[in-house]
Write a protein that binds this ligand. Structure first.
Ligand code: HEM
Length: 436
């Protein structure tokens, strides 16, 4: 049977002019659910008319993509090119394959061992300034992850230069999400483009030193990374990749740690279990060899990412005519998949709205029910290259936090969440910390 033409795909019109955008921004899970009523291939308008493909088979079709049906560049270009030109996520093959091979060199085991060793003292330093009592934890986590990035990505000591870089960096990230897309003062895109220029200058001023000798930081590792045939990045490529890597790492890891704080504050029995594990490890700062001893922290991290994936949807553009679910998808069609929707499908997950980290234990392994049931880090060729880095950073922070503090939220508190563009609390997440 031949596939039904594009026009036959169910269309959910939403409100006049704005379509489904307000609903998507308010609650992407509820939005995906309202599309699902019409099937697993649905047209709707958020920023522009998009075909949403729902469910694990759809995720596999779009991300596994051996036929080259989809363009990541087409999906991301609009959002990131002005402030993150040359980003690997907005590349398609063959350029993507070439860049990914070289970049992989900065994530090899020997480099990872040094990154985790360098994180420990920064975390200890920052946590020693956290007061007992109630504080909005989200801005504190954001400052912590920025300081980790200054040290581990750039090799910088904490201080005025790192502070200035962190501010410039926040402006670039905010610009990538700005609704006004032209660089008009005083709006976000203008601040972002200006901040990017400053970051480029900063990185360029350090390039010669980083090239001269291989250091433990990610910047230096990128300068010295080689592909299988000895190919390496040019200076411009190193700078572009550095700026993008910092952005890709920052809000996502901050979001994950924030969600974990929330979940552990609401479920003190899990907080106690993780604290027992943290105290059972010999070192106050986590080393590479200790990572295997953080199994239950990993379940909690996975469960937090399942319930609140930092990227609730992943965009692509059809690069060729193709079809899915009995419908034609013509070349040039914007296509989106919805990890947050898949992560809450009752056919895949037991009681999906319940916080239940043990679903990731080897005995239950619900995430293995389908190769694309669980995708907080995406999948296929663009699978997050920093997945293990994020894992190390989250475990390192949690290890030290749990050994120093008990933390709680008031009985009945529910975190007001903004899920788009990246999951974060609207109220900063007030947490009460008690030093141990
Ligand atoms: C919990 C934290 C993180 C989450 C949830 C996350 C999520 C994702 C997702 C969903 C993608 C795929 C996007 C797509 O297919 O269009 C991605 C790609 C990427 N991530 Fe992450 N990420 C995280 C942390 C990091 C870190 C720490 C780094 C760097 C150190 C990083 C670097 C990248 C890069 C470079 C890509 C693009 C890879 C490519 O196109 O080949 N991410 N990430």
């Amino acid at each position: 049977m031949s596939a039904i033409p594009y026009e036959g795909i169910p269309l959910v019109k939403g409100l006049p002019l704005v379509g489904n955008l307000p609903k998507f921004l308010r609650d992407p899970l509820a939005n995906a659910r309202s599309l699902e009523v019409h099937g697993n291939v649905v047209r709707s308008r958020t920023f522009f008319e998009t075909v949403t493909l729902l469910g694990p088979d759809a995720n596999q079709f779009v991300l596994h993509d051996r036929e080259g049906n989809f363009s990541s560049r087409g999906g991301w270009y609009y959002w990131i090119d002005a402030v993150f030109p040359g980003a690997i996520m907005a590349m398609d093959d063959p350029a993507h394959k070439h860049h990914r091979r070289i970049m992989q060199g900065a994530f090899k085991r020997s480099a990872m061992e040094r990154y985790v060793a360098d994180m420990g003292p920064v975390i200890a330093d920052v946590l020693s300034g956290w007061p007992s009592g109630t504080m909005a934890v989200f801005p504190q986590i954001k400052a912590l992850t920025l300081n980790i990035a200054a040290r581990v990505f750039m090799g910088m000591a904490l201080g005025p230069e790192a502070d200035r870089m962190n501010r410039a960096f926040i402006d670039t990230v905010e610009a990538s999400l700005a609704l006004i897309r032209r660089p008009l003062p005083p709006f976000g895109m203008w601040r972002g483009v200006r901040a990017r220029r400053w970051l480029v200058e900063l990185m360029r001023s350090k390039l010669a030193d980083k090239r001269a000798a291989e250091g433990p930081d990610l910047f230096s590792q990128l300068c010295h990374a080689r592909g299988e045939d000895g190919e390496r990045f040019s200076d411009d490529e190193v700078v572009n990749h550095m700026i993008f890597l910092m952005m890709a790492a920052h809000d996502t890891t901050t979001s994950t740690l924030t969600t974990m704080f929330y979940c552990l504050a609401r479920h003190p029995e899990w907080q106690d279990r993780l604290r027992q594990d943290a105290l059972a490890l010999p070192n106050p700062q986590l080393g590479f060899a200790d990572l295997a001893g953080c199994e239950r922290t990993e379940w909690v991290m996975k469960e937090s990412l399942r319930m609140y994936p930092p990227l609730t949807s992943i965009p692509r553009k059809a690069a060729r005519d193709c079809s899915f679910g009995g419908f034609q998808i013509p070349r040039g069609t914007p296509v989106g998949i919805s990890p947050i929707h898949t992560h809450h499908m009752p056919s895949l997950w037991t009681d999906p709205h319940r916080f239940d980290p043990e679903r990731f234990s080897p005995g239950r392994a619900e995430h293995r029910r389908h190769a694309y049931a669980y995708l907080p880090f995406g999948g296929g060729a663009h699978l997050c290259i920093g997945q293990h880095f994020a894992d190390m950073e989250v475990k390192s922070v949690m290890h030290q936090v749990l050994r120093r503090f008990r933390f709680s939220v008031p009985e009945g508190y529910r975190m007001p969440y903004q899920l788009v563009p990246i999951a974060k609390p609207r109220d900063g997440l007030p947490i009460t910390l008690q030093a141990l």
